[in-house]
Design a protein around this ligand. Structure first.
Ligand SMILES: NC(=O)c1ccc[n+]([C@@H]2O[C@H](COP(=O)([O-])OP(=O)(O)OC[C@H]3O[C@@H](n4cnc5c(N)ncnc54)[C@H](OP(=O)(O)O)[C@@H]3O)[C@@H](O)[C@H]2O)c1
Length: 251
C-alpha cells in the first residue's frame, strides 16, 4: 500500500517541487493551497498522470481557527478518495516572507508571522498526529536565517527558530510511535517568496549567490529531493535533525 504525504503550500514554489518529488518516491499526495486553487489543481494533475493519487484542499494558516475545519475536510477526503487510509508524513512548508526591519515591525505583523509560521504549524501538527500512521514523519521547513542573521528577517526567522525547537520536541514525544521529526532549512531559493525578491532583484541575487560555496541561489528542485529522501526508508535513522540545504551558504 502506498504511503500518504500531506504537504502544506504545495501549489507553487518549494512545496510544488516537494509534492512532485515525494510522489516520484511512490507516495500519494494531499497538498494544500491558500490563494491559488488553479495552481494546486495543476500540481494534482501532474502527480495523477504519473499514476499516484493526489488531491488538494484549502488551508489558510493566518486563521488558525480554520485548522479544525481543515482536519475535518481531510478526514472526509481520506475516507472518500484514499480508501480510509491514514497519512504517514506531514510536511509543514506553507509560508510567506517579508523584509521588515525590527524598528518598523508592528504587532499585527508579528501576529501574522506567528500564526502562519509557528502557531499554525504547532496546532496543525498537534491535530494531525493522532490521525497519522505510526512509523512516518514530520518535516518542518525552516530557513538558513535561523543560523545567520539577515537584516529585516527578525520576525520571520524567529518563528522559524521556534519551529526548529518544536521539531526536536516532536521527535522526542512521538519517537515511541516510530515517528521521526526533522527540519529542512533551505538557503535562498528563487520562487515567488517575499514578493519574488530574488527573481526581481538581480543585485540581491548576485549577492546571495556569492554567499554560497556553490556560487548560486537555489532552485525548488534543489530542495524537494531532500524532503523526498526524508519521506523514505533511506532516512529511517534520521531524527531530530536540522538539514541545511543551501549549497554551502556562509560555511
Ligand atoms: N524561497 C526561499 O528563498 C526560501 C528560503 C528558505 C525557506 N523558505 C521557506 O519555504 C517555504 C515555501 O516557500 P516558497 O519559496 O515556496 O514560497 P512561495 O513560492 O511564495 O509559496 C508559498 C506557498 O505557501 C502557501 N501559503 C502562503 N501563505 C499561506 C497561508 N497564510 N496559509 C496557508 N498557506 C499559505 C502558498 O499558497 P498559494 O499558492 O495558494 O497562495 C504557496 O503554496 C516557506 O515556509 C518559506 O519560509 C523559502
Amino acid at each position: 500500500m502506498h504511503k500518504i504525504a500531506i504537504i502544506t503550500g504545495g501549489s507553487r514554489g518549494l512545496g510544488k517541487d516537494m509534492a512532485l518529488s515525494v510522489a516520484a518516491k511512490g507516495l500519494d499526495i494531499i497538498l494544500t493551497y491558500n490563494t491559488q486553487p488553479d495552481a494546486a489543481a495543476e500540481v494534482v494533475e501532474a502527480i495523477r498522470v504519473t499514476g499516484r493519487k493526489a488531491a488538494a484542499l484549502p488551508l489558510n494558516l493566518s486563521e488558525t481557527g480554520g485548522i479544525t475545519t481543515f482536519v475535518a475536510q481531510l478526514s472526509n477526503l481520506l475516507q472518500t478518495d484514499f480508501e480510509d487510509r491514514k497519512p504517514d508524513f506531514l510536511i509543514n512548508n506553507a509560508g510567506m516572507g517579508a523584509t521588515i526591519p525590527m524598528a518598523q515591525a508592528t504587532e499585527a505583523q508579528f501576529d501574522a508571522f506567528l500564526n502562519v509560521h509557528f502557531k499554525g504549524v504547532y496546532f496543525l501538527t498537534q491535530q494531525l498526529l493522532p490521525l497519522m500512521n505510526d512509523g512516518g514523519g514530520i518535516i518542518n521547513i525552516s530557513t538558513g536565517t535561523t543560523r545567520f542573521s539577515n537584516p529585516g528577517y527578525s520576525l520571520y526567522a524567529s518563528m522559524k527558530g521556534a519551529v526548529e525547537v518544536l521539531t526536536r520536541y516532536i521527535a522526542k514525544e512521538y519517537g515511541q510511535r516510530g515517528i521521526r521529526a526533522n527540519v529542512v532549512a533551505p538557503g535562498p531559493v528563487e520562487t515567488d517568496f517575499n514578493d519574488a525578491a530574488i527573481r526581481n532583484n538581480p543585485q540581491m541575487k548576485e549577492r546571495l549567490s556569492g554567499m554560497a560555496a556553490l556560487n548560486r541561489v537555489g532552485n525548488p528542485d534543489d530542495i524537494g529531493g531532500v524532503v523526498a529522501f526524508l519521506c523514505s526508508d533511506d532516512a529511517k535513522w534520521v531524527n531530530g535533525q536540522r538539514i541545511e540545504v543551501s549549497g554551502g551558504l556562509l560555511v
